[in-house]
Design a protein around this ligand. Sequence first.
Ligand SMILES: CC(C)(COP(=O)(O)OP(=O)(O)OC[C@H]1O[C@@H](n2cnc3c(N)ncnc32)[C@H](O)[C@@H]1OP(=O)(O)O)[C@@H](O)C(=O)NCCC(=O)NCCS
Length: 372
Amino acid sequence: MIHPTSPGTTGAGGSLRDRGVRTEPKYIRSYSNAVPAVEAPPARILLPIRELRKSDRASFISSILGGYGPFEDMIGMSRDGSAEFEALFQPGIWYLLRFLRIFGRAPLRAFVVVEADAVVGTTLLLPWPRSGYVLGVGVRPSHRRRGLAGRLVAHAEDVARDGGRTWAVLDVEEENLPAIALYRARNYTTIQRTVWWRSEAPTRIATTAQVQPLSGRAERRQASEWVARQAPSELTSKLPPTANRLTHLESLGQSPGSAREVWEAGPAGNPHGILSAIARGPTKPGILFIPAVGPDATRDEIVSLVQAGVGWLTGRGCAGVLVSVPDYMGPVASVLSDLGFSSQLTTLTMACPLPDGGAGRSPRGAVSGMNP
Ligand SMILES: CC(C)(COP(=O)(O)OP(=O)(O)OC[C@H]1O[C@@H](n2cnc3c(N)ncnc32)[C@H](O)[C@@H]1OP(=O)(O)O)[C@@H](O)C(=O)NCCC(=O)NCCS
């Protein structure tokens, strides 16, 4: 457990503290790249790292898809193959990203290692205000254990640091031992453990607690300020909630065409709990995120929040419902069990300090020379 202090829950609907359950995650399928017994790792290869080019499209996408694991299966990324990454190469997006990069403001950077014109390793970087979020780390099986992933991650960290960020953050499946070994070797430590729950058709429980949708920008900003006060500071200091993203994990579900809604339970402006939902079309499960519940949340309120999100996703024809819950929220886990959800897998949010990040530099990397 990462955060020993649970917000706990008491209140009009009865204490939930005693109902908190910790179920062991059930994995959809296990990793095929479990730590092998390697006596002497293969020799290092010094292939250069460079920014993704348009001509890399086919081998970049096949390299990325080759690294997909149980998490991508669970959230439905592999169902329509390369759609998420094809979007990156659409002329409008591609040239906008290039243009923004010149000014150090690109919201996404992509780095590759190429051998004989084919991409053999990838990593992506989302330069958020305080942290560089690293994702898409993958190396083709033929090129593993040669130091490529380590160098790719180091490169993404350097770009984040040069843009003024003081942390590098990423998420990894708890079962992915090779990747965790890689990140630990690079000084990353776990700052949050998140359990992902799934149900194809959640059951309904009668509840009287009211929840309100938060549709306006000001309401959502207020919600993000509330979450920032409730969630563990170890997380929010690196990944502050925003009106568009109450938890950084929402970014894994958001894509062009996705829809989002937010609800609060309890008194307006001083809620007891908040939930956000992302619908991603009929071929993928919708995702509910519970970034925080307050100490006064009742079981009824949690049930109502989840059911509001489930009803909204079902109305949009989503293929099942996933719920992302930090592991210290025992009362929420208990409610999800009662509603027929089962835990699927666990992810770790890991962070690494970037020494000298932010020293005299713009957090947005506004000096273009600093973001080559
Ligand atoms: C995880 C992955 C990216 C590692 O790539 P890689 O290029 O082989 O990693 P590196 O050679 O840079 O390894 C650096 C260090 O990480 C650790 N490591 C990497 N793979 C390991 C393994 N299979 N077993 C044990 N340690 C491992 C070691 O400490 C290694 O240093 P060493 O070789 O000096 O012992 C690669 O296995 C992969 O692409 N997996 C599938 C996609 C994936 O899981 N990506 C991570 C998503 S979060």
